[in-house]
Design a protein around this ligand. Structure first.
Ligand SMILES: [Zn+2]
Length: 311
């Protein structure tokens, strides 16, 4: 039987509370899951996200940082980590460890042929989290951890993280820049938070590719830049596994950014990445939910993305 697309999620991911009015809300996950319950997705293979481990977190994060997050967990209420936007609540630990556990299990699944590809419907997002620092709603960097897990556990020589969230994944870049075997390619609005992601940032091993997009960038310009720039570099690198940092805040409806993408663009880029994976990685793709703060843009984008993964 043809392998199916697997989806990891867990109710613990609702328990990372961010406070009234915060864009990275538990409601985001509820809407994503509702969208994926549509009849067109009835063949999805739903699995409960396992808890991650300290060893997995430490593939990317410093031991001191891991301990500091544990110690900072409140018994009640919400505490800020980076001056306000990134917070911890009592349930945050289980949520972030489910994110890590899902990401690593997803890698195992595609490496062992248990699934055609995998989507991790988990929160909070992770790509701004640096090895020793929480940032931009992110605590641990599950996409970077997934890539490091693949390279360690399966001795892959080339793993790529491709990040189409509208924000630059400074955390993934910071973790990968000095490392052999890991490639990070990001397209993102520039200028925009967090301010990194210039084209000149290429990593000490030339394993970083930044494709900055101007505010207002629409579908034709986006596809052109990806086709001319990101895809050739990715193909040239010949990844044995592609991890997608799948953010949907480049959608034209998103309140935190100014790009003009539509649902079909998320389908398109997903298919393009799958084509590279088919040629160089035996089709192995793991996708991890990052941002997306317009409810219509998030649900439409996720549906288009998962439709591509299942086709
Ligand atoms: Zn984002």
């Amino acid at each position: 039987m043809k392998q199916r697309t697997r989806v990891y999620t867990h109710a613990d991911c609702y328990d990372h509370q961010t406070g009234e009015g915060h864009p990275e809300s538990p409601q985001r996950l509820a809407l994503v899951l509702e969208a994926l319950k549509a009849s067109e997705f009835s063949a999805l293979d739903w699995q409960a996200a396992p808890m991650g481990t300290r060893a997995q977190a430490e593939l990317i994060h410093d031991a001191d940082y891991y301990d500091a997050i544990l110690e900072a967990l409140p018994e009640r209420g919400i505490v800020p980590l980076d001056g306000g936007d990134t917070v911890l609540s009592p349930g945050s630990w289980r949520a972030v460890m489910r994110c890590i556990g899902a990401a690593c299990a997803a890698v195992d699944d595609v490496m062992l042929g248990e699934a055609a590809n995998v989507f991790c419907a988990t929160r909070p997002c992770g790509h701004h989290a640096e090895p020793d620092r929480a940032m931009g709603f992110c605590i641990f960097n599950q996409a970077a951890i997934a890539a490091a897990h693949a390279s360690r556990a399966y001795e892959l020589e080339r793993v790529a993280v491709v990040d189409f969230d509208v924000h630059h994944g400074n955390g993934t870049q910071a973790a990968f820049a000095p490392l052999p075997g890991l490639f990070y390619a990001s397209c993102h609005q520039s200028p925009l938070y967090p301010g990194t992601g210039l084209r000149s940032e290429t990593g000490s091993r030339n394993n970083i590719l930044n494709v900055p997009l101007p505010p207002g960038c629409d579908s034709p310009m986006f596809r052109d830049r990806i086709r001319m720039d990101l895809l050739p570099a990715l193909r040239n690198w010949a990844p044995e596994l592609i991890v997608i940092s799948a953010g949907f805040d480049a959608h034209r409806d998103d309140p935190l950014a100014g790009l003009q993408l539509v649902d079909a663009d998320f389908h398109w880029i997903t298919r393009e990445l799958m084509e590279v994976a088919a040629d160089t990685a035996q089709g192995r793709v793991v996708s991890i939910l990052e941002g997306g703060y317009s409810m219509a843009g998030l649900t439409g984008g996720v549906a288009a993305h998962v439709r591509a993964l299942t086709s």
